[in-house]
Design a protein around this ligand. Structure first.
Ligand code: PMV
Length: 356
């Protein structure tokens, strides 16, 4: 029987944004961030262990542009990674393999006896289209980290038990995922996650379950990558003090989430999204992700922030607007958001990565 591992990890949306790196090689952030893990907007990875063919080149891996052979209930699209993207993915798989072989025994998970010459064949895809403006790096690197770690375990059941029961294992693998793609470290757990320095942990919440909508303002590929943005923001006159402000906001939002204070969460998220985009707009080499439609949606939603139970509105490094509302009021919000004239993606909150 061929050994195959399937992992799923959702995308996450930061309410307090990670922006600016302290250490670019290890993706260490300048400030704490807080995010909500999504559910069905996710990446799926299939990792097939192909037995050795008598070759001594243990550890080789290959990416195949094919959809994983497991359904998650939504259509899966295979991304066009390009040579650089494939290289990044395969390097991360090697990093994961090395880290997992050291980490798993610490959590009582025996290692699989990897055969010399065995090859890892990787297939991956996303439930959101490549050009939908939803970053796939967070979900795909999280799913990759999970599949790669599981493939190092002697026994899948003991890996799954530890994954479900040991927050320490999830957070140790989040640190591995972070090196491949910063914000992916928040996609392994959920629904509320805080990341500060090397530490990733969940936040206790008294908020009601939330529904999540993405207003697809534009499907154009972005001109400035998030890696470039992390460097460029430091040239803004608003940069001094930003890490401290964001840390303080992360503290306050975690506390508001724990209290179930939806209005406060919505106001802090709104402020932080505007602050991050203000850094972009005021950088020495200014740039913007906003399209006219982004501003139109933000202006239309601004008055709702004064409502009793306001929507949480935010934008990542892109033009699309993310809106989270109480799940019990999703049917009321959906036509309100549709009336703004953009295609909507729908999702809810999730618990993070898992083997499927
Ligand atoms: O993980 P990166 O390097 O793609 O950075 C993500 C940055 C934002 O999405 C803009 C904010 C965040 O915290 O997710």
């Amino acid at each position: 029987m061929p050994l195959v591992f399937f992992a799923k990890a959702p995308s996450n949306i930061a309410l307090i944004k990670y922006m600016g790196k302290k250490d670019a090689a290890r993706n260490l952030p300048e400030n704490a961030s807080v995010s909500m893990t999504l559910d069905a907007l996710c990446s799926v990875v299939e990792l097939e262990v192909v037995p050795g063919q008598g070759l001594a080149s243990q550890g080789s891996a290959e990416w195949r542009p094919e959809a994983p052979a497991r359904s998650v209930g939504r259509a899966i699209q295979v991304p066009d990674l390009g040579e650089a993207g494939i290289g990044k993915v395969l390097r991360h798989l090697e990093r994961t393999r090395a880290a997992a072989r050291e980490l798993l025994p610490r959590f009582g998970i025996a290692l699989r006896d990897c055969e010399a010459g065995e090859k890892w064949v990787l297939r991956s895809g996303n439930t959101f289209p490549q050009a939908s403006g939803i970053a796939s790096s967070a979900s795909s690197f999280a799913a990759l980290t999970l599949a790669g770690s599981a493939a190092c375990a002697a026994d899948r059941a003991s890996f799954e038990r530890a994954w479900a029961g040991e927050a320490g294992l999830r957070s140790a693998l989040a640190a591995v995922s972070r090196v491949g793609s910063g914000s992916s470290c928040r996609s392994l757990d959920g629904p509320w996650v805080r990341w500060q320095g090397e530490e990733v942990s969940t936040i206790r919440s008294s908020l009601p379950p939330l529904a999540h909508f993405v207003l697809l303002v534009s499907r154009e590929a972005k001109q400035v990558s998030s890696s470039q943005a992390h460097a460029l923001v430091k040239g803004s006159p608003l940069w001094p003090g930003r890490p401290l402000r964001a840390d303080a906001r992360a503290e306050r939002i975690a506390e508001a989430i724990a209290r179930g204070a939806l209005g406060e969460v919505a106001r802090l998220a709104w402020q932080d999204a505007w602050e991050m985009h203000s850094l972009f707009h005021t950088a020495e080499e200014p740039f913007s992700y906003w399209e006219p439609g982004s501003l139109r949606v933000l202006r239309a939603l601004a008055p709702a922030l004064r409502e009793d139970r306001p929507p949480i509105v935010t934008l990542d490094a892109g033009p699309n607007v993310h809106v989270s509302v109480e799940a019990s009021r999703a049917a009321e919000w959906e036509p309100r958001l549709s009336a703004l004239g953009f295609e909507l993606l729908r999702d809810g909150q999730g618990a993070g990565g898992r083997l499927i």
